[in-house]
Design a protein around this ligand. Sequence first.
Ligand code: HEM
Length: 82
Amino acid sequence: MEQNGICLDPTWACISKYFTPKDISCMARYGLALDQCASVLENAGEIYERVLSGNMPKGGTRWTPEMCANFKAWMETPNPCA
Ligand code: HEM
């Protein structure tokens, strides 16, 4: 499913597109690999809180409520990195 060009399936193939090259390069400096499913899953709870509040992406485009909801749905699937 897509809305305004944003994929809304609770899959890593979809979620991985939410992270921009700037997000990935910036957070790599802080030891968070936003281009690796296992790393995103390990930090999913805090990532969710920060994108929901708009704290992150810092200086970037705020995630839509639909993207946040899809991220939550993804992290709650039985095997998110399958
Ligand atoms: C566990 C979750 C996260 C933590 C603890 C975290 C922490 C930080 C910290 C400490 C910085 C340095 C700037 C500052 O001091 O505020 C930063 C920068 C940044 N973060 Fe995060 N972040 C998290 C998740 C994310 C996510 C999910 C995204 C993207 C969707 C993101 C995108 C960015 C970007 C783009 C910058 C660089 C800002 C700039 O220097 O222009 N971060 N983050």
